[in-house]
Each structure stands twice: as structure tokens, then as C-alpha cells.
Ligand binder design. Structure first.
Ligand SMILES: [Zn+2]
Ligand SMILES: [Zn+2]
Length: 450
């Protein structure tokens, strides 16, 4: 079948999906069943950010498309192909962010953050959009935890600090023994020399290259090391290594990054073929993978130094290092490894259910008073489920059973007049009558005992 036919079929499929109101291809709903994972991951990132001294920044989802075109340099064609762009009614050409870094760099410049103590340590968490082929571990909308350290000096300690943050994040999520791959891609002095050598090497194998690689051989030879086509993969093994070509400054910088990592006992593998798709990276690049079969899901965290980015958008030379981790990928790895997102419960939230209480009314007259008591308990910080709209007590308690809640409060007409409530253990069936004044203290005692 011709690619034209494929594209036509794809278009027809998308149009059919639009007519029947399905989600857009490559975009996924986050459902309640996923919530414990999201809470765990975002909570871990937030807690670490606080301890590491990173402050939250959130640039808008829409930026001028030019911002991304400028910063991606020679890889522009790739970025443009993957960007969701739109033209506003006023004629502005905007893009949904395909990555965080350029927007944060822009905000740093626009708000004069270079006048604040340097470096600025920033964290962002939000959606990223890339129009690429959806596949395992790759969606068109996904969520990133993004870390940026901007300004100050190009100190290798900050590279190690960024790597250490992601190492800690994976540890907190119980993703054990991740693989850290590291490389340095040099600077403006040494990289051009290496690029020339790379071009010479690949020119002698031009016929064996895939079409994409042949077309970017002159403009962006580093990307050839990134190609996953089998024929190009084979050529990588004998390609010259950049680690042999680093200038003395880059070589020392990289050596120090490794020494810092040794100091905090973070294991790593050197990977001289590791490059990043975008042009503004310099020196350190890193990628974390889950160990075992989950490695296939793709890098769970990645990043690098980008000392040249600020200049491309009209700022001063500003040393910077950053990294990002995809939340959906982390969840995919946790699911595959059967890591429960909460301390003691299973993935369906049983750990949370044991902290919940169910409130039921017995008889129509007590319904409004029940509604008020539920509100009072929620204000006191309890997680209260109810099904007050149902008439029979039996039907209400069935809901408690479905939600896995073991403790119920029941209010009938008699209790209403006596200002009491019945506390029933739904597992044993044992119940007692309790005055409403004692309710909060008794619940606190029962729920923390579990
Ligand atoms: Zn260099
Ligand atoms: Zn290729």
C-alpha cells in the first residue's frame, strides 16, 4: 500500500473518531483508577523539590512558535513536524509547548531572574504536546516533571545535583536499580571537530544509511547516533567516540560530574553514542532507564546541559542544566513492575479505603440531618463516602461494601432526637451508639488504629 493510501485511511479513521466523540488519537484520559499513582508521583516530586530548594514555575502552554523554532536550531524541521501549531484570529502563530525548557528560559529572561541569587532552581509540572506517531510509552499529550537550574557558573556540581534529584525520585517511587547512561557532547570548541570526523566516517558508509540519516548527514550528524533504524544502528558501533575528542575544559567538566556522582554513590554507564535531539545541549547529557523488561518503555528521566540556549533567544550566555521525567511513563513502569502507589494498599486504593468512613441514613426524616453531619465530618478532615440519595439502608451499605469501606455511621430517627449516631464495624457487624459530641474523637481513634 502506498503511503498516500495509508495517510488517507488514517484521516478517515480520525474523522470517524471525531464524529463519534472519542478522545483525539494519542491523547488519554486520566481516570480515577490512576489517581493514587498521580498523587504518589507528584507528591514525591514536590517533596524532593522542597528539600532540594527548587521553586515552582509554570509558563503558559501556548508560546510563540518562533521560540521553539529559534531554540531548536538545526533540528528545526523535526521540531516543526512534531509541533501542534495554530494561527490566532489576530494572526499570531502559536504552538502548544513541545518541551518546557525554552518557555522557562524565556520567563527567566523576561522577568529579569538573572538579578536574583544564582543559580535559579526551578521546577514545573504540566502537559507537553508532540505530534508524533503514538506507540508504547509515547503519547501526543503527556505530563512532564521538569527541572531547570539557570544562571551562575557552568559548575559540574549542578549537573550531578540534577541527576541526583531524578535518582532520588525513582528511589522514592521504588523503581529500583535504574540504569543511568551518561555522555558529554562537548562545546563550541570541540564539537565541530568531532562532527567533521563523524561526517567523514558516515560518508564512507553513505549507501548503508536510512533516508532520514542521509538527508541530515551534513546538517546534523550527531542525530545519526540517535537513529533506531537497524542499518544505522549497526554503523554506530564503529563510529568515532566523542569522549576521545573532548577539549580539555569539557573533559575536566565531565570528569568532575563523574566524581560528584561517585561521591554520592550513584552508579552510571558511559555511553559515547548518547546524544540529545536538540541543538542547544552542551556537555553533559543523561538518560535514566528502568532495569529489566521495562527498559523498553523508554527513558524515565533525561536531560542535559544547555549553556547556549539563552543566547539563541537574545539573552546573555547563561549556564544551565535541566532534566525531565514523564509521569505517564513512570506510571507505566510502576504498573509493569507491580509497584503499589501507596504504602500498604493495592493499586485500587484499598489503603485509602481503610481511612474512609461511610455515612448512611435510616429513614427519610434523618436525611437532611445526615447531610449536615457529613459536611461537619468533612470539615474536620475525614474522608466520608455516602449514598444518601438511596432510600433503603441495605442499598446504601452495599455501596460501602463496593468501595471497600469497613466502618459505617448510621443515623435513624431515634438517634436524631437523642443526638447520637450508630457506629458499625461492617466486617464484624458489631455496633455501638455514640453521642455526636464524642463522634470526632472516636473516629480519629478508630481510623488511626487501622
Ligand atoms: Zn569542549
Ligand atoms: Zn538512520
Amino acid at each position: 500500500m502506498s503511503p498516500n493510501n495509508d495517510a488517507k485511511k488514517e484521516k478517515e479513521k480520525d474523522q470517524a473518531a471525531a464524529r463519534s466523540f472519542q478522545a483525539v488519537k494519542g491523547m488519554h484520559d486520566v481516570l480515577p483508577v490512576d489517581e493514587p499513582y498521580w498523587e504518589k508521583i507528584e507528591g514525591a516530586a514536590r517533596g524532593l523539590a522542597r528539600r532540594y530548594g527548587f521553586s515552582r514555575i509554570e509558563p503558559p502552554v501556548l508560546e510563540f512558535a518562533e521560540l521553539y523554532n529559534k531554540t531548536s536550531g538545526e533540528a528545526t524541521d523535526v521540531v516543526q513536524k512534531e509541533m501542534y501549531t495554530l494561527k490566532t484570529k489576530g494572526g499570531d502563530f502559536l504552538a502548544l509547548r513541545p518541551e518546557y525548557t525554552p518557555g522557562i528560559a524565556r520567563a527567566y529572561m523576561e522577568h529579569g531572574m538573572s538579578r536574583l541569587p544564582q543559580p535559579q532552581r526551578l521546577i514545573a509540572m504540566g502537559p507537553i504536546f508532540r505530534h508524533e506517531r503514538p506507540q508504547l510509552g509515547r503519547a501526543r499529550q503527556f505530563t512532564q516533571i521538569d527541572l531547570e537550574t539557570l544562571g551562575g557558573v557552568s559548575d559540574p556540581m549542578y549537573d550531578a545535583e540534577t541527576i541526583s534529584f531524578f535518582s532520588d525520585l525513582l528511589a522514592e517511587l521504588k523503581i529500583k536499580a535504574p540504569i543511568l547512561r551518561l555522555n558529554s557532547i562537548g562545546c563550541r570548541v570541540c564539537r565541530p571537530i568531532y562532527k567533521k570526523q563523524l561526517i567523514t566516517y558516515y560518508k564512507s558508509h553513505e549507501a548503508e544509511l536510512c533516508d532520514d540519516c542521509r538527508s541530515r548527514l551534513e546538517s546534523n550528524p550527531l542525530r545519526l547516533l540517535d537513529c533506531k533504524e537497524p542499518e544505522c544502528e549497526k554503523l554506530k558501533a564503529d563510529a568515532p567516540s566523542i569522549l576521545d575528542k573532548l577539549c580539555i575544559t569539557c573533559s575536566n567538566h565531565f570528569k568532575e560530574v563523574l566524581e560528584y556522582l561517585d561521591e554520592v554513590k550513584i552508579p552510571y554507564e558511559l555511553d559515547p553514542r548518547l546524544v540529545r535531539g536538540l541543538d542547544y545541549y552542551s556537555r553533559t547529557v543523561f538518560e535514566f532507564y528502568a532495569s529489566g523488561p521495562e527498559e523498553e518503555i523508554g527513558a524515565v528521566a533525561a536531560g542535559g546541559r544547555y549553556d547556549y540556549l539563552m543566547e539563541t533567544i537574545g539573552g546573555h550566555i547563561t549556564p544551565a542544566i535541566g532534566g525531565a521525567s514523564g509521569v505517564e511513563r513512570l506510571i507505566a513502569v510502576m504498573r509493569a513492575k507491580e509497584i503499589a502507589p501507596n504504602g500498604n494498599g493495592s493499586s485500587n486504593g484499598a489503603g485509602i479505603a481503610s481511612k474512609r468512613v461511610f455515612f448512611a441514613h435510616a429513614g427519610d426524616l434523618s436525611r437532611k440531618r445526615s447531610f449536615a453531619l457529613v459536611k461537619m465530618l468533612r470539615e474536620k478532615g475525614f474522608m466520608v463516602s455516602e449514598s444518601l440519595a438511596k432510600d433503603s439502608l441495605g442499598n446504601q451499605l452495599k455501596v460501602a461494601d463496593k468501595e471497600g469501606i469497613g466502618l459505617a455511621l448510621i443515623l435513624g430517627q431515634k438517634e436524631m432526637y437523642e443526638n447520637t449516631v450508630i457506629l458499625r464495624d461492617l466486617t464484624s457487624g458489631i455496633q455501638e451508639e455514640l453521642s455526636v459530641d464524642r463522634l470526632v474523637d472516636e473516629l480519629k481513634r478508630r481510623l488511626s488504629m487501622k
